[in-house]
Design a protein. Structure first.
Lengths: 112, 117
């Protein structure tokens, strides 16, 4: 079985501050991991994905995530938040089941 | 390149009525997915097609939901009869790979927001 837990359904940061969105996964086999972003009334857009190459993955819009097998984590970070980063972020895992299993999402608010 | 198209964007129906959603994937994409996203939750896969065939429909409530992908291109998802708990956003996604592999990037449409009264 595979699953994803996103810690914190709502995260608020000030503009210019560090963004840290937490994701822990469970998988019986080596996983592939994804972060998607969803803006209001839009579909999901891929930010980045880990496919067993480099453990530090860089994505679009300045985001990056680090795969840590020992901690079963794949946290998403961005050094400096921008107002346009306000959205909902989903972590997802694909492993033995071959289908994407999503977390419940984290709503990011960026304060001016 | 055009993205995944879905229609309608919004639909309001009474319970026990039927409804259909349409999806046109990105041109050339072999794999098509339908997801259900209930408010406050992540998307849940309902059905996955590779070309014309169904790869995974294990989470599709087959007593009321049906889906087809004729000619391996666009797809229709139907609910008949609808229940209150079907209120959700229905997302369509497509990916290039014919194998539907775990690493394939899925491209999502804007979704159809269904409200069942």
């Amino acid at each position: 079985a595979q699953s994803v837990t996103q810690l914190g359904s709502h995260v608020s940061v000030s503009e210019g501050a560090l963004v840290l969105l937490r994701c822990n996964y469970s998988s019986s086999v080596p996983p592939y991991l994804f972060w998607y972003v969803q803006y209001p009334n839009q579909g999901l857009q891929l930010l980045l994905k880990y496919t067993s190459a480099a453990t530090l993955v860089k994505g679009i819009n300045g985001f990056e995530a680090e795969f840590k097998k020992s901690e079963t984590s794949f946290h998403l970070t961005k050094p400096s938040a921008h107002m346009s980063d306000a959205a909902e972020y989903f972590c997802a895992v694909s492993a033995a089941a071959r289908q994407l299993t999503f977390g419940s999402g984290t709503q990011l608010t960026v304060l001016p | 390149e055009a993205g995944v198209a879905q229609s309608p964007r919004y639909k309001i129906i009474e319970k026990r009525q039927s409804v259909a959603f349409w999806c046109n994937p990105i041109s050339g994409h072999a794999t098509l997915y339908w997801y259900q996203q209930i408010l406050g939750q992540g998307p849940k896969l309902l059905i996955q097609f590779q070309n014309n065939g169904v790869v995974d429909d294990s989470q599709l409530p087959k007593d009321r939901f049906s889906a087809e992908r004729l000619k391996g291109v666009d797809s229709t998802l139907k609910i008949q009869p609808a229940k209150l708990e079907d209120s959700a956003v229905y997302l369509c996604a497509s990916s290039l790979g014919a194998s539907g592999g775990s690493t394939d990037t899925q491209y999502f449409g804007p979704g159809t927001r269904l409200t069942v009264l």
